[in-house]
Structures are given as C-alpha cells and as structure tokens.
Design a protein around this ligand. Structure first.
Ligand code: FAD
Length: 321
C-alpha cells in the first residue's frame, strides 16, 4: 500500500491522520463522528497511537476495529517495544492481524508518564528496527501458502511470493533526544529501512526547511522509502509548551511569539491553522509525497488546515465542511 500511493506523480497529495485511543467517556462518544469526518476526505490511512508498556493496547485495537468496520480507509496500528517481551509483542501483532489490521508503525516507544530517566524498561526488543523484523516475521507465519504456474513450463508451479505487510517507522528531522549527532538519525532510519520498513513518518516539524534538508541527507545516505512530514496544528501556547515538553524539540520562536501575543482563543487557533497550512504547502512544493496530520481526535482543525493549504479537491472540500 505505501510504496504505490506516495509516488511523486500521484494525482493528488496523500493525506493521513493520527488519532489516539479516547481517554474519557466524552471523547469516546465523539470519536466515531471524528473518524467518519476524517474518512470522508479519503486519507491513505488512519493511524492509532499505542501507549508504550501496553497502557492503551486494548483501546487502540478497539479504535482500529472501528475504522476497519465503519470506513474503507486503511487502519494503521502503532506498536512499541518498551516494556514488552518478544513473545508478548508477537502475540500483540497477531491480535492486530486477526482484526485484519495489516499496516503498522513500528516504534521504540516512550515510557509511560512518571517513569524516571534511566528507569524505562525497554523489554526484549532493543530498537524499532528489531520490531520491524518481528512484524515481518509474524506476518510471514500467517501468510497463506499459495502456488502459481511457471510460464513456459506446463504443470510446473512455484510458491507465490507473499504480499508483505506495510511497516512504517518514525524519523527525526529535528533530532531524537537520544541521538548524539545529526547523522545518527539518518543512520537509524537506514537501519529501519534495511530491516524492512516501507515508509517513514517524521516527528512534528515546524519549518519546511528542517524536513527538506533531512530528506536530502537521508537520500544522500541511501534512504529510498517515502518520508512523510508530520504536521501538528498548534493552536495555543499551552499546547506548544506541552508538545515541546514531550518531544524535547527546540522551540519554534516565530510560532511561539505569534501565539503568545495573540490575546483571543479564536485568533490563536487561526494562527495555528495558518502556520500548519503554510507548512503543508511548503513541504508539498518541496517534493513531500504527502502530509501526515496529528489530529488530536478532532476533525475541525486538521480539516481547516487542509482547506487552507488548498490540498483538498472540490468534492473533499465539501465533505470537510
Ligand atoms: P528508534 O528508531 O529505536 O530510536 C530513536 C533514535 O534513537 C534514533 O533516531 C537514534 O537517533 C537513536 N538511537 C537508536 N538506536 C541507537 C543506538 N543503538 N545508540 C544510540 N542512539 C540510538 N511513542 C509511543 O509510545 N506510542 C506511539 O504511538 C508513538 N507514536 C509515534 C508516532 C510518530 C510519527 C513518531 C515520530 C513518534 C511516536 N512515538 C510514539 C514516540 C517514539 O516512540 C519515541 O520518539 C521513541 O523515543 C523513539 O522511537 P523510534 O521508533 O524512533 O526509536
């Protein structure tokens, strides 16, 4: 699924969204409407986060099942290494496959909130690259045995190649907090590609140049898989602070100042939408194969970003209103 739609000559920009399992009864009630509204603009996939250590596992699966049952959009399951055994992770992957979820984002995972530095328990799998290999292996066990005829040799058959699962991985244009030098993030991505990853999705970026320069460095080093820019509409100073605290990314001072000086909530939202839309336009103009939007389980803001960026066609524009 990933290699084909993310080609540069695709007739439209690919879009995708990230959701998380609902954290309250109220957000659980709202989520089906959000999923339906996002599905209506034909994203390539709807990704659902997973709490490392299994804190949201069952709820992630419920959301993925809902997407599979109520839309024709591909559900994509995040899976993490942290705090799980090799056997436990393999059985989790089987559970997803049983639910007909065959696209994954393989992640090392962030430890649950409150874990002191150095106290995280990584588990048997030491990196996202190892998890990519495990997902591929578990799927290989599941693939049905099929034979196909050998042309020119009547009666002869060979084992038909299995259709591999799609496995995305994370990429870090601004640098991962653990990496000691910029090239390490490119090396980590190369290792994940070598392990079988078919798509990369970046951390939240704030400036198109950071993404485009990273893609260039990755291409120079031999990364060939599509790299989707991750875009998060930041609509308040509090959300920006929270995001930077979680990711350890450097502060985008232009956006931070614009949000701080704007007194109204509506004005801040407009600044966030316009910033994300301008970013989406710039990365697409620079050659990005699509945009991946962090939706915060709300459709209005990400759909406003896509409308403002001019990425939706007329039919989708109508659906997005
Ligand atoms: P890895 O690729 O294993 O490593 C991350 C970085 O560490 C590398 O880029 C490299 O710089 C460095 N590194 C790797 N190996 C080594 C080494 N041997 N020595 C030194 N440095 C090394 N977390 C969740 O818990 N749940 C989610 O659902 C989730 N979704 C995410 C979605 C996206 C798109 C992104 C970008 C992140 C997400 N995260 C999620 C956060 C992610 O799990 C963390 O950022 C984690 O710390 C790194 O994960 P990774 O898969 O990139 O790890």
């Amino acid at each position: 699924m990933f290699a084909q739609p993310f080609t540069e000559d695709a007739d439209r920009v690919s879009i995708s969204f990230e959701l998380y399992p609902p954290r309250s009864a109220a957000s659980e009630i709202r989520l089906p409407e959000t999923i339906a509204r996002l599905a209506a603009v034909r994203p390539r996939f709807l990704a659902v986060t997973y709490g490392a250590g299994g804190s949201t596992g069952g709820r992630s699966l419920e959301v993925l099942r809902h997407i599979r049952a109520h839309t024709d959009i591909e559900p994509l399951a995040h899976v993490t290494c942290i705090g799980n055994t090799y056997a436990g992770t393999a059985s989790l992957i089987r559970e997803f496959l049983d639910a007909d979820v065959t696209s994954f984002l393989a992640l090392r995972g962030d430890p649950p909130a409150g874990t002191a530095p150095g106290e995280e328990i990584l588990g048997d799998l030491q990196s996202a690259a190892e998890l990519v290999q495990l997902i591929d292996r578990v799927q290989a066990e599941r693939a049905p045995y099929r034979e196909e005829p050998v042309s020119g040799h009547p009666g002869a058959v060979r084992v038909a190649p299995r259709r591999p699962v799609d496995i995305a991985v994370a990429a870090f244009p601004l640098g991962h907090p653990r990496s000691r030098f910029p090239q390490q993030d490119v090396d980590a991505l190369l290792a994940k590609q070598a392990a079988g990853a078919t798509l990369a999705i970046t951390q939240t970026i704030f400036h198109a140049d950071d993404y485009l320069a990273f893609v260039q460095r990755a291409r120079n080093a031999g990364v060939t898989i599509p790299i989707l820019p991750g875009i998060m509409p930041i609509t308040s100073p509090a959300r920006l602070r929270r995001q930077l605290q979680l990711s350890g990314d450097p502060e985008p001072s232009d956006l931070a100042i614009a949000l701080e000086v704007e007194p109204t909530v509506e004005g801040q939202r407009e600044i966030g939408v316009e910033h994300a839309a301008a970013l989406a336009r710039a990365v697409v103009a620079g050659g990005a194969p699509g945009v991946h939007l962090y939706a915060f389980n709300q459709h209005e803001t990400v759909l406003a970003v896509l409308r403002e960026a001019g990425i939706l066609n007329q039919f989708e524009e109508e659906n997005a209103r």
